[in-house]
Design a protein. Structure first.
Length: 358
């Protein structure tokens, strides 16, 4: 079974201890009435081309600027609307198809598979010494990173690492794609985004999939001015423009939520804080986002191992080997913990330990 097929299957699985799927827990967010937000938008902007073909950049430029500014990116201009962050990643990899493109290992498969589709190969950077390794990137390269709560590791890079990364990018003259899909899910406070510190070096893409609904297929991407026209030409060829209907729904929602991507998540974050407390007792680090990494006393955790875990214990989880060719990560699981209840999280952990010990 292919990686994407397995991940899609886990996303719709009814398994009670499902740590496999990184799907958003929509039932734990405030009720979302798309029709209402659609009407709010039309009332405020009666002349936007909601029903028509329109410019490839979409029609939420001014609202995206407000969103970026609210998140501390004070020099923001209007972003480009894409069909999720995934389309934005795909367009960026096409833009850099003749250059070196890199990401850390373990990796987000949506990036690596898009690079493959563009006919290019990904250069993998060991996650342990990633800043040192970046010193060897040649000018004009693209480095993909989720600075906040990456998929699959769940890790967030520190402020100091952000500064070092941008200093190396400036010195070596390479570009960064900052995938901010999980950025709103901080439990303590947010750190400055990479784009807010270096707008002409960084592509910055935010998604409405995890905070609102993946059915919208709406993301907003800041593109450095040197690449904006080329990015838009690619977007025009791939999808003409994103849906006017769902842009309007997102627009209305933003108007009613004061352009904040995280304000509505307070109650959900309280649930996640309870999980964080339990994870601490298990020595599993968790600061925010949807994922944690669990290290086990077992040298080769692969798909066969996880298939048996599912059959014997009703626990669905992804082996980290699905996201890494580096054997040092093959004693780890990627656990998606956003949707599972605290009770099932605790029982699920017990079941995993039982299985390892059996
Ligand atoms: C890191 C990361 N980036 C992008 C995406 C895709 O987001 P979108 O639905 O906005 O295309 C996902 C979805 O799981 C993800 O985990």
């Amino acid at each position: 079974m292919s990686r994407i097929h397995l991940l899609n299957q886990l996303a719709t699985s009814e398994c009670p201890y499902n740590f496999g799927a990184g799907v958003p827990p929509l039932d734990q967010y405030p009720a979302f009435d798309p029709g209402y937000f659609y009407r709010v938008f039309l009332e405020e902007f009666p002349n936007k081309p909601v029903l028509h073909y329109h410019q490839s950049e979409g029609f939420l430029g001014e609202l995206s600027q407000r969103v970026f500014q609210k998140d501390g990116f004070s020099d923001a201009k209007g972003g480009i609307i894409t069909n999720g962050v995934q389309e934005s990643i795909t367009l960026a990899t096409l833009l850099f198809k003749d250059s070196c493109v890199a990401c850390t290992d373990p990796f987000y498969p949506g990036f690596v598979d898009a690079v493959k589709m563009s006919g290019n190969d990904t250069c993998f950077i060991d996650s342990e010494h990633w800043l040192e390794s970046l010193e060897s990137l040649v000018p004009g390269s693209l480095f993909y990173i989720s600075a906040d709560f990456a998929n699959p590791t769940g890790k967030r890079i520190t402020l100091d690492e952000r500064k070092q990364l941008l200093a190396i990018a400036e010195k070596n003259d390479f570009y960064i794609f900052e995938d901010a899909t999980y950025r709103p899910f901080f439990l303590d406070h947010s750190l400055p985004s990479l784009v807010s510190m270096a707008p002409e070096r960084v592509f910055h893409s935010i998604s409405f999939s995890k905070i609102l609904s993946p059915g919208l297929r709406v993301a907003m991407t800041h593109v450095p001015s040197a690449f904006r026209d080329a990015f838009l030409s690619l977007k025009a060829n791939v999808s003409l423009n994103s849906s006017g209907f769902t842009q309007a729904i997102v627009g209305g929602w933003l108007l009613k939520n004061e352009f904040s991507l995280s304000k509505h998540l307070d109650a959900f974050k309280n649930l996640m804080r309870n999980k964080q407390e339990f994870l601490l007792t298990q020595h599993v680090a968790y600061e925010g986002g949807f994922f944690v990494e669990m290290t086990l006393q077992h040298p080769s955790i692969d798909l066969a191992w996880c298939t048996e875990l599912l059959a014997k214990e009703d626990v669905a989880a992804c082996p980290m080997s699905l996201f890494s060719d580096n054997l040092t990560h093959h004693n780890k699981l990627r656990l998606a913990i956003a949707k599972i209840s605290l009770e099932n999280l605790k029982v699920g952990f017990m079941k995993i330990h039982n299985f390892v010990g059996s």
